[in-house]
Design a binder for this molecule. Structure first.
Ligand code: ZN
Length: 340
């Protein structure tokens, strides 16, 4: 199932993407709880049972956090109902399905999770990327955080900060935490994974390398485009065998496979859970493969007008354009500038 956050008629909604349609989760739950829609649907045992499962859980989820926190059986039932409604949507206005299912191109997709509690990132998690920088693969994972102000969605601009001239791209495969937990053994780690999505770990190299740690260079506004959707875990049977690539203005800059990850998904989930509590909607971005701009000869950095697309097998493609610093940003920098 592909889970989205989208905007329609000025409202933020959560939905399920089926082909070229999006099924509004709250509207779908309302429909089945009142047994509206085509009568024939309710004569199908699979649909009837799924609708009953959804109806048993009380209030509909308000947002993506609430949706990701639902039990797997509930989410499976949602998938059955969403697929059935989407398949009946054509010419189904009279039955009420038409109001629940919208054409995907009529809505604006937002970041699937608008304010994740943690955006945990892994540095140097592809052996070939580590060697690209002249280092050996690390023996234990190196973590850093991006703050929530970085989050942006499909099609949103990557806004260059006024104080950086070395903004770089990083294609990444990200894990979305479903059920929270701590001290999770590796063999139970997948029970806490709701699904996966693309995360573009945009990085200001000059800020990153000037400081002794990476916070400032990694956490500029708009530096974490995500989406276009969360693909639930059942649709990604092997997260360690997915092609991952990035194009800059149509030219391939990164092209690898998650089979090259040094520290895999269950290890990362378990390892950090020994120290931190995972909460629903937390993200683990698993690192970037070789080909980043800063280590190219000559180096390549993002500039206004560029278009960057990240593609991960089974997860889709996330495209964002790069824009110049805004006027407000320039003013702020000038007025706050002083000697240390
Ligand atoms: Zn990264």
């Amino acid at each position: 199932m592909k889970l989205v956050t989208y905007e329609h008629k000025g409202q933020s909604r959560i939905g399920v993407v089926e082909g070229k349609s999006v099924v509004d989760v709250r509207a779908a739950l309302d429909l089945v709880s009142k047994r509206r829609g085509p009568r024939t649907l309710y004569s199908e045992a699979k649909f009837k049972s799924a609708a009953a499962t959804l109806g048993e859980s009380g209030a509909a989820p308000r947002d993506m956090f609430a949706l990701l926190g639902r039990e797997e059986a509930w989410l499976r039932a949602l998938a059955v109902v969403a697929r059935a409604l989407a398949s009946r949507a054509g010419g189904a206005k009279a039955t009420g399905v038409g109001a629940v299912v919208l054409p995907l191109d009529s809505v604006r997709l937002r970041a699937p999770i608008t304010r994740p509690g943690k955006i945990t990132c892994v540095g140097l998690n592809y052996a070939d990327h580590a060697r690209e920088q002249g280092g050996e693969p690390p023996s234990s994972p190196i973590f850093f955080l991006k703050s929530a102000n970085t989050i942006s969605g499909p099609g949103d601009p990557i806004r260059l900060p006024p104080n950086s001239s070395k903004v770089d791209y990083e294609a990444e495969f990200a894990v979305v935490i479903g059920k929270g937990g701590r001290r999770i053994p590796e063999d139970k780690a997948y029970e806490h994974v709701a699904g996966y999505m693309i995360l573009h770990d945009v990085s200001a190299r000059d800020l990153q390398f000037a400081d002794n740690q990476w916070y400032r260079g990694k956490s500029c506004d708009t530096f974490a485009p995500t989406g276009p959707w969360i693909v639930t875990r059942d649709e990604v049977p092997d997260p360690h065998n997915l092609r991952i690539s990035l194009t800059l203005n149509g030219q391939t800059m990164q092209d690898s496979n998650t089979s090259n990850l040094i520290f895999n998904v269950p290890f990362l989930v378990s390892y950090l859970s020994q120290s931190v509590t995972w909460e629903t909607g937390d993200l683990i971005s698993t690192g970037t493969p070789p080909g980043v701009g800063v280590f190219r000869k000559p180096p390549v950095f993002l500039k206004p007008g560029d278009t960057v697309s990240v593609t991960v097998e089974r997860l889709g493609t996330l495209t964002n354009s790069v824009v110049a610093p805004d006027e407000q940003g320039r003013g702020l920098t000038a007025s706050r500038r002083h000697s240390p």
